[in-house]
Design a protein around this ligand. Structure first.
Ligand SMILES: *[C@@H]1O[C@H](CO)[C@@H](O)[C@H](O)[C@H]1NC(C)=O
Ligand SMILES: *[C@@H]1O[C@H](CO)[C@@H](O)[C@H](O)[C@H]1NC(C)=O
Ligand SMILES: *[C@@H]1O[C@H](CO)[C@@H](O)[C@H](O)[C@H]1NC(C)=O
Ligand SMILES: *[C@@H]1O[C@H](CO)[C@@H](O)[C@H](O)[C@H]1NC(C)=O
Length: 420
């Protein structure tokens, strides 16, 4: 009798464990944005007299709907002011916890416990916090180094450098620092190689939700006073929503030349008459600046073009030197003229070569055509000539170039006869 009772109890316990396991709700995952409000879900079967409690990390009570006599706990001050449940949602079985102004310390596993006459229900929410990347900037420091900077990110982002054309062994040095709120700032430094390379810095968020890219290229350009100069700046990556800004600096702080927005398609030009864009090209990613009538002193300096798009930024810095023609040293002028003579001589030679090649090709084509026509005529007259005959024929024809067509016919007929 006792044995049976024990067996039945064991069976009941097993059944109870099984039902518990079945009722177990998998943990919900929520990623909240830093400093914004967040909702942690919790749903239950409503009965009307439930007590709802939210806990952080199994222990700390955050919120409860009723003050139980046996539970004198009070949520800590910080959480009491930052958490709440919506009363009108409770009657619908929704006990989602609202947490305002999320911080890094709020991350963790939350427990929602609902006690009612129906029993006890619990569910868990794993909450992550992400502080998204808002901006990635690039700076050039004095000793031929380029820096990629970003700040207030959580979790620590991934930083990667590349160049165009690609180079291996870039060896950047990356520092991450976290502030009192737990947010990271990143500073990655790369030694520059040559001027013509495009340096690309990519900053990715840990959860993969964002990928920011910032790139920079340095160039040098020489122009002549009074002659229109095009300063190239092309970015084919930012074709959707972008803005373009050109700035100029000599020794002072950069000043804006003009800016363009692809959405409004408007150019705001502060150098009206002195500089401009090619309006039909800019929407296709060619933001090259045209300098009309530049003057040597006034327009020599650094021209910076910046394309800014969604999580993208591309910068081209061009050191422009405008030479005044009257100021050119004589020694610099002289070699130029001899150089030009050499170059014109060279081009004459090239022209001659081209004429000779064309003449040879034309002669060959005409010869081939004549031969072909003769051959066809022979074929038509000979009727049943074999392949071998036609292959032989051109040689004969050349030999007997002065012969009359009749003689040729004789010849082919002789050939076919000899085969028979
Ligand atoms: C529960 O209520 C919250 C607001 O407190 C709402 O955001 C959420 O969508 C609701 N969930 C369901 C399943 O209705
Ligand atoms: C929930 O209710 C059960 C009985 O159903 C009780 O044993 C338990 O202590 C209650 N828990 C809390 C936190 O009130
Ligand atoms: C960053 O994300 C981009 C796009 O998702 C990917 O192509 C790139 O490889 C990622 N870089 C790193 C370092 O994770
Ligand atoms: C461009 O920006 C506008 C307004 O910010 C936005 O509505 C639109 O979806 C964006 N388009 C693309 C392709 O990103």
């Amino acid at each position: 009798m006792r044995m049976v009772k024990a067996l039945v109890q064991a069976c009941l316990r097993l059944l109870w464990i099984l039902t518990l396991a079945e009722c177990k709700i998998p943990d919900a995952h929520v990623t909240c944005l830093f400093s914004e409000d967040c909702v942690l879900p919790c749903n239950f079967k409503p009965s009307g007299n439930e007590i709802i409690r939210w806990y952080l990390q199994e222990g700390l009570l955050l919120s409860q709907t009723q003050q139980g006599g046996d539970q004198p706990d009070q949520p800590p001050q910080d959480h009491r002011t930052r958490t709440y449940l919506l009363q009108d949602q409770l009657s619908r079985g929704n006990a989602s916890l609202h947490l305002s102004h999320c911080g890094i310390k709020d991350r963790g596993r939350y427990r929602c416990l609902v006690n009612s006459t129906l029993g006890q229900q619990e569910s868990f929410v794993i909450m992550k916090v992400e502080a998204s990347i808002k901006m990635v900037t690039m700076e050039k420091s004095t000793n031929r180094e380029i820096q990629c900077l970003s700040k207030d990110i959580f979790p620590a982002p991934r930083v990667q450098w590349s160049t165009l054309p690609p180079k291996v062994n870039l060896r950047p040095i990356t520092h991450m620092r976290s502030n009192t709120e737990g947010l990271y700032s990143v500073q990655s430094t790369l030694r520059m190689f040559e001027n013509t390379l495009t340096y690309i810095c990519t900053v990715n968020s840990t959860y993969g939700s964002q990928s920011w890219r910032s790139s920079m290229q340095e160039r040098a350009l020489i122009g002549e006073a009074g002659q229109e100069l095009s300063i190239p700046c092309i970015d084919r990556q930012n074709l959707q929503n972008f803005s373009l800004t050109w700035t100029f600096s000599r020794t002072n702080e950069p000043t804006v030349i003009l800016s363009y927005n692809s959405r409004t398609r408007r150019i705001s030009n502060l150098w009206e008459g002195r500089a401009g864009l090619k309006p039909d090209q800019v929407l296709m990613g060619d933001g090259s600046l045209l300098l009309h009538n530049p003057e040597s002193q006034e327009h020599t300096g650094t021209y910076t073009c910046t394309f800014t798009g969604f999580q993208r930024r591309h910068m081209v810095q061009t050191q422009v030197n405008i030479r005044s023609r009257s100021q050119l040293p004589v020694t610099e002028k002289m070699p130029k003229t001899t150089d030009q003579i050499e170059r014109t001589g060279e081009s004459h030679f090239h022209m001659l070569m081209i004429v000779v090649v064309v003449a040879v090709v034309v002669a060959a084509v005409i010869t081939a055509l004549l031969l072909y026509r003769k051959l066809r005529a022979n074929q038509r007259q000979a009727g049943g000539t074999t392949v071998e005959d036609t292959e032989m024929e051109p040689m004969e024809t050349i030999k007997t170039a002065n012969d009359s067509p009749m003689d040729n016919c004789q010849l082919t007929e002789d050939h076919s006869n000899s085969h028979n």
